[in-house]
Ligand binder design. Structure first.
Ligand code: IYR
Length: 221
């Protein structure tokens, strides 16, 4: 049965308001960087829950919201995650990643060591749900990867807007997260996101960014 329809309105904005707002939003988001040097300064649990509430407003296939956000702040679990991630990362850096891949990562200065997994106050593990219980039976999800990606983007933006640093970390393979966190096999680890504040001496690489003109096209080429 179709859901009842309710009015949907947005405030009317003129172009100068939109361009002014766009500039401010651009400046704010362009200031977001992936953080690999976290402070151990705590973050209030309510703040991270609010950021997840924002992520949970993201659109999704058939409105099924096929994601789960697991927040880890237990030091013993963070340590388990660090050790398991580093074991996979060591294997990846030493054997699994291609020379091209290692070359592409060189400007970032990353390696297999991931101390931030213990230092950041929260590790947020986003799972994508390939199926889930709906109306009392297991049903498949629609576009779970796209949906989880959308919710992840909303989450990163919410964290940044709340003054929190994040890293989209993808130790590979990530199945250890499902085991450590006790999630069922229908839930696939999607991203591991440390959240917190940058360390006082945090630095980020000064990277050249791909020009927007290479990413934007009007109509046909
Ligand atoms: N997962 C590894 C390697 C890595 C891969 C990509 I693609 C990055 O943008 C950054 C790192 C690591 O986290 O070190």
């Amino acid at each position: 049965m179709p859901a009842p329809m309710i009015p949907y309105e947005l405030p009317r904005r003129d172009v100068s308001w939109q361009l002014d707002r766009a500039e401010k939003l651009f400046d704010e988001m362009a200031g977001r960087r992936s953080c690999r040097h976290f402070s151990d300064r705590p973050v209030d649990r309510q703040v991270i829950e609010q950021a997840i509430a924002v992520a949970h407003t993201a659109p999704s296939g058939a409105n099924r919201k096929p994601w789960r956000f697991v927040v880890v702040d237990d030091p013993a679990i963070k340590r388990e995650i660090r050790l398991a991630a580093e074991a996979e990362e060591r294997e990846s850096y030493d054997r699994r990643m291609t020379a091209d891949w290692l070359n592409a990562l060189e400007p970032l200065g990353t390696n297999w060591e991931k101390p931030f997994l213990e230092i950041a106050p929260f590790l947020v593990v986003i799972f994508r749900l390939d199926s889930q219980m709906v109306e009392g039976r297991m049903q498949r999800s629609y576009y779970p990867i796209e949906s989880a990606g959308l919710a992840s983007g909303f989450f990163l933006m919410a964290c940044h807007a709340l003054g929190l640093a994040t890293l989209t970390h993808t130790p590979s393979p990530m199945n250890f997260l499902r085991e450590i966190l006790g999630r069922p096999s229908t839930e696939k680890p999607f991203l591991l996101i440390p959240v917190g504040y940058p360390a006082d001496d945090c630095v980020v690489p000064d990277l050249e960014k791909k020009p927007l003109a290479e990413a934007l096209q009007w109509n046909r080429q």
